[in-house]
Design a protein around this ligand. Structure first.
Ligand SMILES: [Zn+2]
Length: 395
């Protein structure tokens, strides 16, 4: 390595005699190789040196030496908590969600329609899913598949000075390929042998009738949060399936409440925003990319993703340092990247993934969490949003 370094410097010395005004470049190249040498001596690979910006599974880059005990946020400080929550976290506007797909004239949409993603090969049901192949789609299915749904907003009440509760229908305010499972069979589909969409269940090959559906909401679930959130000794997430709510009222789930399946179990079946429906509602299982704008190009290729639009300023575009929701202990939860610092996770997170810092909104310089970047979730990882609760929970 040292040999390579001196060789490059010599070559550069030769070039620089003729292009003296580029000597800054010479120093830059020298410095680069110096860094390489230091990294080599330290025993840390070049890959590690750069990947560690995101890699938090060894606990060496967060949680050690940082504590924010005593920091608090008061939702009722000089204002009505409900008003603050409606203005700064939860959405006020009901929206119509709709999509139309004709899979016979766009092969890219076939993967989306049947939710083949990068993890499909790991799915035990993949053998059956492979029947949903564009070559098997018959002219009978040359129709527009359409759905239209109405997103209902959450409602918020505060009881005295101790806590507020959020009633949510656990319904997304955005498209999901699971909505296609939820619609009735199109009236112009004639079931014939080899029809692999609505009729396939007749032939025992799966089909929409055995897939999860996003059901129309008919009852709200209630979640309680403290009006004064205070950082104390951390509380483990324990066996809690839900750790908080996203801004649209969709629960942030550690596990699916009925089957206890987690991100790893569900990843071959998650929709385009890492959500999944169950009879009791729709949940996010990792970074809700609808709010952060992160797009994995290999996930649903060719699909036209849409992202959260600020209700006040529609020109604002989403970023990975945006607010995504609130934890059950009352502290806000943000995307994985620190506000104002491009491509960097915060260096000073405590053991729960929280810290005090700028956020670019009303929570600036108060305690808040940063979720794990979805692309750095590894096999065996357990917590996908926060590691523990820093504050107290209302039971
Ligand atoms: Zn932060």
């Amino acid at each position: 390595m040292l040999f390579v370094y001196f060789f490059v410097i010599n070559i550069n010395g030769f070039i620089m005699r003729q292009y003296k005004n580029l000597c800054g470049f010479n120093k830059l190249v020298g410095f680069f190789f110096f860094v390489i040498i230091i990294i080599s001596i330290s025993g840390c690979s070049l890959g590690d040196a750069f990947v560690n910006v995101f890699d938090d599974d060894n606990n060496s880059d967060f949680g050690e030496g940082y504590s924010y005990i005593g920091t608090s946020f008061n939702y009722g400080d000089g204002q009505l908590p409900t008003k603050f929550l409606q203005n700064n976290i939860f959405l006020n506007n009901s929206v119509e969600i709709s999509d139309t797909i004709n899979i016979s004239n766009d092969v890219n949409l076939v993967d989306y329609f049947f939710y083949f993603n990068a993890f499909s090969n790991e799915d035990p049901q993949y053998k059956e899913k492979k029947y949903y192949n564009s070559t098997l789609i018959l002219p009978a299915e040359d129709i527009d598949y359409t759905y239209e749904e109405q997103y209902p907003t959450v409602s918020i009440d505060s009881s005295g000075t101790d806590f507020f509760h959020v009633n949510t229908y656990e319904f997304p305010n955005h498209r999901s390929n699971y909505f296609f499972n939820s619609v009735s069979q199109a009236s112009n589909v004639v079931c014939v042998e080899g029809d692999y969409i609505f009729c396939s269940n007749i032939y025992g090959l799966g089909g929409f009738s055995d897939r999860a559906k996003i059901v129309s909401p008919n009852r709200a679930n209630k979640y309680n949060f403290p009006i004064i959130a205070t950082v104390l000794t951390p509380t483990p997430l324990g066996d809690r399936d839900i750790i908080g709510l996203a801004r649209n009222g969709v629960p942030l789930a550690q596990r699916l409440p009925n089957t206890k399946e987690d991100y790893h179990d569900l990843k071959s079946r998650l929709d385009e925003y890492y959500g999944y429906p169950a009879d009791s509602g729709y949940f996010y299982f990792a970074e809700p990319t609808y709010f952060t704008g992160y797009e994995d190009a290999s996930y649903f290729f060719g699909y036209d993703y849409t992202y959260f639009q600020d209700e006040v300023d529609s020109s604002k575009s989403v970023s990975r340092s945006d607010l995504i929701g609130i934890a059950l202990d009352g502290f806000p939860i943000y995307g994985p990247i620190e506000y104002g610092i491009q491509e960097k996770v915060p260096y000073d997170l405590d053991t729960c993934r929280g810290h005090v810092g700028p956020t670019g909104d009303k929570f600036s310089n108060t305690y808040h969490y940063h979720i794990k970047p979805v692309e750095y979730i590894e096999d065996g990882d357990e917590n996908f949003f926060i590691e523990c609760f820093s504050g107290t929970l209302v039971d």
